[in-house]
Design a protein around this ligand. Structure first.
Ligand code: 28F
Length: 692
């Protein structure tokens, strides 16, 4: 057994060679973020998912049909399943019980297991030991072979070996743990966060009952969906007009299981969550690529074969066959590789042909067996295709008219001298006065400044095609195939969007076009940095800019090129000592330290314009001192999730949500002091429930 670190986290700086010799418990406690992503609310909840995943694995293996999760009165967590129970006998490799092995050896499943499970969920298989190492205490009880066994741990260290403590006529595993408050910034489990995740898990594991309760709040929910993802699609399409019954495909190929449920609606948006081993793949990946390729191919082949399209009609493109489609794709496989900015993208190349051939084959069979549904789906895709072709014409016209394809740079852009985009950055600054400070404070060799007028970006309404929210099937009412409407709608939308000078300036300065025509090779900067005031207007503008980029330049975000600057809130001075602080909490702590000292000055920066150029450089612009928050799709999608819903029409609601999200953003920005690489935001729906 390795020497175990004492209960506290070492504060000293460790060099690379020191880290190499650390293993297991020490490594996890020193770098918890590497194992569970973060030590905030998200990381905390990962602990629960890790343990629940083990129970779900047991269910997927066919030995368990119920998992019970309890937030206990003392704030600790208890998770119970009715599976076989973790084996108790001495483990051949470790020499201790399998129970102790599972809870004290990193990657116990992969390293020590031999063919334990075919597929496994969990955050890259880190498992129960990580939870144990990051818990103040943890106990495990196993009911198996007529006996009840128990073992307890303190901060990952066994208090005693596994022992038989009684008899039991049933089987299963129970784990109780208290997250370590030396590790986590919060140890409060959120019922609704857990409920949302477990509902998803119940959909993805048909027949599995997940029972979540809180003794703290006296809350309880139970989820069990015999219909699995078919029911999930039904729920997603609740209240939407649909074209046919939900289509389901489930088939295995070797050790990979593919499940797909899909249903077309008359809405224009696509909603297509995808999962691998019950983990949401928000950035897509090879399984999604395979599904999309199959869908396009199957529908084109069927439409041609059945002569449902004219000979001179173009093939459907992917977006034509996905318009209005609600689908859930769930793949279960061995050893998934997650890639991308948020590790939300499946990388295994071998999965694409597997999913593609299963979906193409099964979908073709469905279409041939259901000609009425098939005809409606093909018509639906034809309408989308005509609308797309019409919108493209409108777009070309508007872009030509607005001279966005020209080369002239906007006059208000203070460009940098560097021409290599990789070395260049642009600050999008709110207001002329802040722009002035930024222009003077920057390093003009590689930093460009683009000042935008405040309050100009109130353009949410033109971010989507407004005239085409729904598709009229059966020829519509006098609109023909709807392409005239689509043309007009797109033309109006773009004209409105581009009637905002600030938007035109933004697009031109960044240089890569927008929407479908966005070309990242033309980007003039690889860091696009939003820099707004730390007030309500500032956060509103930031939200609108994020919204703009999300809808018009998503590739900029996917590449990791979009950032948010973090200007300080206060300047605390005492004689020649100056400190900048970024949150209210930091300010209060600093001022307490200064108590009793003479000549202490406190300045609150209401806007960037109040900072002189040197201060702005030191605090916000200088790459060696500043903190930038990198924006990722997951966070923005979460933030904007609200607007995928039908209630977008309700202006007040939307405005409200924007404000709430802005406030929540500020709250979270203030919550953490250390530099962060990404920002975390709950979506607007849940923001309503928070004290902001
Ligand atoms: C509350 C959390 O962790 N449930 C679990 C099992 C069942 C087996 C198992 C778990 C064997 C080789 C490790 C039983 N019988 N709930 C849970 N139920 N782990 S965790 O085996 C552990 C692996 O390496 C189990 C036969 N095979 C497996």
């Amino acid at each position: 057994m390795t020497e175990l670190l004492e209960g506290t986290v070492a504060k000293a700086q460790y060099g690379a060679e020191d880290i190499q010799v650390l293993e297991g418990l020490e490594a996890v406690r020193l770098r918890p973020g590497m194992y569970i992503g973060s030590t905030d609310e998200r990381g905390l909840h990962h602990l629960v998912y890790e343990i629940v995943d083990n129970a779900v694995d047991e269910a997927m293996a066919g030995y368990c049909d119920k998992v019970t999760i309890t937030i206990q009165a003392d704030g600790s967590m208890k998770i119970e399943d009715n599976g076989r129970g973790v084996p108790v006998e001495k483990h051949a490799v470790t020499g201790v019980s399998t129970v102790e092995t599972v809870f004290t050896k990193l990657h116990a499943g992969g390293k020590f297991g031999s063919g334990s499970y075919q597929v496994s969920g969990g955050l890259h298989g880190v498992g129960a030991s990580v939870v144990n190492f990051l818990s103040e205490w943890l106990w495990v009880e196993v009911k198996r072979d007529g006996s009840r066994y128990r073992q307890e741990f303190q901060r990952g260290r066994p208090a005693a070996p596994l022992a038989q403590v009684g008899k039991s006529s049933v089987r299963g595993t129970i784990v109780g743990f208290m997250p370590d408050d030396q590790i986590f910034s919060t140890c409060t489990f959120e019922f609704d966060t857990l409920a949302q995740r477990f509902k998803e898990m119940a959909y993805l594991n048909p027949g599995l009952e997940i029972d979540l309760k809180s003794d703290l709040e006296n809350k309880r929910v139970k989820y069990k969906f015999e219909g699995g993802i078919k029911e999930m699609v039904g729920e997603l399409n609740h209240g939407r007009e649909t074209l046919h019954d939900v289509i389901t495909i489930t088939k295995s190929s070797g050790t990979t299981q593919v499940a797909l449920a899909m249903q077309y609606t008359t809405n224009v948006r696509e909603e297509a969550p995808a999962f691998v081993n019950c983990i949401a793949t928000i950035e897509g990946g090879t399984h999604v690529t395979g599904f999309r390729a199959a869908l396009t191919r199957a529908l084109n082949d069927y439409a041609r074969k059945q002569k449902l399209v004219k000979d001179d009609q173009n093939n459907f493109q992917g977006e034509d066959v996905r318009e209005g489609l609600t689908s859930v794709l769930s793949v279960k496989m061995i050893d998934p590789q997650f890639e991308g900015q948020t590790k939300g993208k499946l990388g295994n190349a071998e999965i694409k042909p597997v999913v593609e051939s299963i979906v193409a084959e099964q979908l073709t069979i469905y279409l041939e067996d259901h000609p009425t549904d098939a005809k409606r789906i093909v018509e639906r895709a034809s309408l989308a295709q005509k609308a797309r072709e019409a919108a493209r014409k409108a777009r070309e016209l508007v872009i030509r008219k607005n001279a966005l394809d020209g080369n002239g740079l906007p006059g208000k852009l203070a460009d940098c001298s560097e021409k290599d985009p990789e070395k260049s950055e642009i600050f999008i600054v709110e207001g002329e006065s802040a722009g002035g400070s930024a222009k003077m404070g920057r390093d003009r060799s590689f930093q460009a400044i683009l000042p935008l007028k405040g309050k100009i970006l109130n353009v949410e309404k033109v971010l989507y095609p407004q005239g085409r929210q729904k598709v009229e099937m059966n020829g519509g009412n006098g609109n023909g195939d709807g392409s005239k409407l689509a043309y007009q709608a797109e033309k109006t939308r773009l004209e409105k969007l581009l009637s905002h000078e600030e938007i035109r300036v933004l697009i031109t300065a960044i240089g890569a076009g927008f929407g479908e025509d966005f070309d990242e090779k033309k980007l003039r900067y690889h860091r696009v940095i939003i820099m707004t005031d730390a007030d309500v207007d500032g956060s509103h503008i930031r939200t609108l800019l994020l919204n703009f980029f999300f809808h018009n330049m998503p590739a900029l975000i996917r590449k990791g090129y979009l950032y948010i600057a973090q200007p300080p809130l206060y300047r605390i001075g005492q004689g020649r000592n100056v400190r900048y602080v970024y949150t209210e909490g930091q300010m209060e702590a600093e001022m307490k330290k200064m108590e009793g000292k003479r000549g202490v000055s406190l300045q609150r920066y209401k806007g960037l314009g109040e900072m002189n150029p040197d201060q702005l450089w030191e605090t916000t612009l200088d790459p060696s001192q500043r903190t930038l928050l990198q924006v990722n799709m997951r966070d923005v999608a979460d933030m904007l999730d609200h607007d995928d819903r039908e209630d977008r029409d309700d202006d007040e609601d939307w405005e409200d949500a924007v404000q709430l999200v802005a406030a929540e953003f500020d709250r979270l920005m203030g919550a953490e002091v250390a530099p962060r690489k990404s920002f975390i935001m709950e979506y607007a729906k849940s923001v309503r429930n928070l004290d902001v």
